[in-house]
Design a protein around this ligand. Sequence first.
Ligand code: 4AD
Ligand code: MG
Length: 480
Amino acid sequence: MHHTEIITLLQTEPSIHEINVKGWVRSFRSNRFIALNDGSTIKNLQCVVDFEKVDEEILKKITTGAAVSVTGVLVESQGQGQSVEVQVSEIEILGEANPEDVKLTILSPKRHTLEKLREQAHLRVRTNTFGAVMRIRSKLAFAVHEYFQKNGFYYMHAPIITGSDAEGAGEMFRVSSLDPKNPPLDEKGNVNYKEDFFEKETNLTVSGQLEAETYAMGLGKVYTFGPTFRAENSNTSRHLAEFWMIEPEIAFCDLAGNMDLAEDFIKYIINYALNHCADDLEFLENRLLEEEKSKPQAERSDMVLRDKLKFIIDNNFKRVSYTEAIDILKRSKPNQKKKFKYIIEEWGADLQSEHERFLVEKHFKCPVILFDYPAKIKAFYMRLNEDGKTVRAMDVLFPGIGEIVGGSQREERYDVLKQKITEMGIDEKELWWYLELRKFGTAVHSGFGLGFERMVQFVTGMGNIRDVIPYPRTPGNAEF
Ligand code: 4AD
Ligand code: MG
C-alpha cells in the first residue's frame, strides 16, 4: 500500500478507508500511543495500538528511533492538540533501534545541547529543532529561486574550480592533482604548476561574481546560488569555510538600483518563510522564548522570532554612507566607546562587526545599508566615485547578524579598472577575460552576494551558523 505523509494526513478528514504511514517512532507510551514523525512536518501523528491484538515481539520493538510502517484508519482524535489519529490495524517494524544503543545518542528523549547535537550531525535532523531549521532552509532556497525567476533573472551556474581570486583576499583552498609531499619542481625550485591537472594554479571559488558579471553582460539579469569556499581562519558563529552564496548581477543597474533589489529580495524571502513555515517558526519561537526566560528581565528582548521577521518586512532599511557611520561612531557616548574592542578614530578604518551591530541594534534599530566605503578597504572591482577615494560599495547589516549582504556597482571603465588591478598588485594575466568585458560594449552594472546561512540564521533565530547547514565545515572540522 502506498504511504501518505503525515503533513497530508493531518489535514485529512477521518474516514473508514485504510491509510498507511511510515516514519520513525519518537515515543511509545503505555504500550498504546505511538508518536510518529516522518519529517514532512514538525507535528507527530498519534497512532493508537490495541496491544491485545499485537504480537508481543513486535510490541517490544516499537521503540524510540525505530522505523515503522503503520496501517489503520484515521479517526477523530480524543487527545488534545491534534485533529486526527490513527487506529492501528497493522504495524510492521521496518528498522529496529536498540534502546540501549539509542540511550547513547541524541535520539534519546531528553534535552541535548546544540554542541552535543553537532557531534552527531548524522542524527540531528531527527530532532525537532533541526527538522524545523532544515525544512525552513529548503523553503528559503526555493523562495530565492522563485523571487529571481519571477523577476526575469536567469540562473547561472558559476564554476566551483576557478583560476582567479574574486575577492583578492587570498583566502582560497587550493585545488591540485600534484602530490603535496613530492611536487614537481621547475628550474628555480618552485612548484611547477604546468604539470598540475589544469596546468596552472587553481582554487575553490570564493565568489561566483566575476563569472556572473560576464553572463549579466549577455543575459541582462542573472543570479548564482551555489557553494562558496573561504579558507579564512575565523572561528566565529557567523563564518563557515563552505557556505552557500546567492549572487545576482544586473546590467544597466547602478548602486541605488542594487540597494532596491537587495531590500526587495530580502523582504520577499522572509515573507515567504512567514507564509510557508508557520509550524516550524512557531516551534523555534517557543524554543527562543524558553531561552529568554532564563535571562534576567533587563536583558530579555521584546521581540521574538516572528515579530522580528515582520519588523523587517514592514520597515524601510536605513541607507547610510560610510562617512556618516564613522561620524556616528566617533560621536557615540564614552561609555559605549569603552565597550568597543577597537575604537574608530578616523575615516578610512574598516568597521568591525561590533561597530556594525552597534549601528543596527543600538543606533538605528533597523536594518542598515552602508554605502560608499573607502576604496582602500574594498575589493578591486568596485566603481570608483568621483571623489577619487570612495567606491560604490554597499553592505546590508542585520540585527543579531551583522553583515548579511556585500555588494557594489562594478567598475565599468577599462582604464580605471586596469589601473586599480595594477595598484592592488593583482596579476592582470589572470583577469584578462574580466578586463576584456570592459572593451566590448561595457555598461554600468551591479550586484551583491547574500550569505544564505546568515539568512537562515536570521529566519530561524539560531545563534550559531554551524546549526543551519547540514554538515558545517569550519577550521579543524570535517568529520562527517
Ligand atoms: O562580502 P562578500 O565577501 O562579497 C562577495 O563575495 C562579493 N563577490 C559578492 C558580490 O558582490 N557578488 O560576501 C558576501 C556575503 C557576506 O555578506 C556574508 O553574508 C557571506 O557572503 N559570507 C559568509 N557567510 C558565511 N561564512 C563565511 N565565511 C562568509 N563570508 C562571506
Ligand atoms: Mg563583505
